[in-house]
Design a protein around this ligand. Structure first.
Ligand code: HEC
Ligand code: HEC
Length: 223
């Protein structure tokens, strides 16, 4: 009877379908890390636009995915560090706190990679046209983010230079963002200096939070 069933299943198909084994989720696999990268990136992008609802939503599904996984004991503290930040992010409700959580998420990714000597390869973004400030901001923040997540001194350094170079206040007055734009511009300058100075993971995490806050200052609708 069993043999007959097996024949029937295969009759229309050259290759019998391979059943996926019911293995536990593999939290430290390449595929799972690609997921980590995508979700963390989505949170970062939502944060600079001041879209806190999206940050909370993504944090919730991200946290659930991490919670389902099992991993060898030595990885525990690094996974828990990420879990703790994500747990706070599921209920975050202001822009400033969101910015600092994004910095902490980046640092917790980079912390595990550094601590366990995991080499992380990512393509760097293409250099932006300096005429387009927002493209340059986008390019710079992506490099800074890789600087945290990989972690990479070189990515951070290049991102910091690009960001700093884009921080002229010239022309900001013509950007139609309401009365806030002038102060956003001067606080941006201070942020630029701290990004360039930040030399360790903790200060980079804080500097990244300031960058997000600077972007959100213009991008969010009055939050
Ligand atoms: C508990 C430790 C740990 C944490 C936390 C962690 N990673 Fe990883 N990461 C790894 C390991 C281990 C690998 C190597 C996986 C493999 O074998 O490809 C890796 C690899 C990667 C890669 C490279 C994947 C590839 O295509 O080769 C990326 C990207 C990545 N991690 C992103 C992240 C991001 C983003 C976060 C935070 C949201 C994060 N990781 C948090 C352990 C961790
Ligand atoms: C002074 C106000 C201001 C600041 C600060 C600011 N932006 Fe923008 N941004 C704008 C305006 C206005 C637009 C829409 C018009 C345009 O594209 O220039 C825009 C558009 C963009 C776009 C393209 C449209 C989109 O939403 O995808 C990106 C990407 C972007 N900004 C990224 C950033 C990043 C990253 C930062 C922080 C490093 C930042 N911006 C800081 C005002 C600002």
């Amino acid at each position: 009877m069993i043999a007959l069933l097996a024949v029937c299943t295969c009759a229309h198909d050259e290759k019998p379908p391979v059943e996926a084994p019911l293995a536990p989720a593999r939290p430290l696999s390449t595929a799972s890390m690609e997921h980590h990268f995508e979700e963390a990136d989505e949170m970062r992008r939502a944060a600079f636009r001041g879209e806190i609802d999206t940050v909370r939503e993504v944090a919730t599904s991200f946290a659930a995915r991490v919670a389902e996984s099992t991993y060898p004991q030595p990885w525990g503290p690094a996974v828990e560090r990420l879990e703790d930040v994500l747990a706070v992010a599921t209920t975050v409700d202001d822009v400033r706190k969101t910015a600092s959580l994004i910095g902490e998420i980046g640092a917790s990714c980079g912390g595990c990679h550094r601590e366990h000597n995991v080499p992380v390869e990512r393509d760097w973004p293409l250099e932006a046209d300096p005429e387009h400030r927002m493209d340059t901001f986008d390019y710079a923040t992506e490099l800074l983010w890789l600087g945290l997540v990989v972690p990479s001194d070189e990515a951070w350094g290049r991102g910091a230079d690009a960001y700093h170079a884009a921080l002229s206040c010239e022309g900001f007055e013509s950007v139609p963002v309401g009365p806030e734009h002038v102060s956003a511009c001067s606080s941006a300058r201070a942020t630029g200096a701290s990004v360039v100075r930040a030399g360790d993971d903790a200060s980079r995490s804080r500097a990244f939070a300031d960058v997000i806050l600077h972007c959100a200052g213009c991008h969010s609708d009055g939050a």
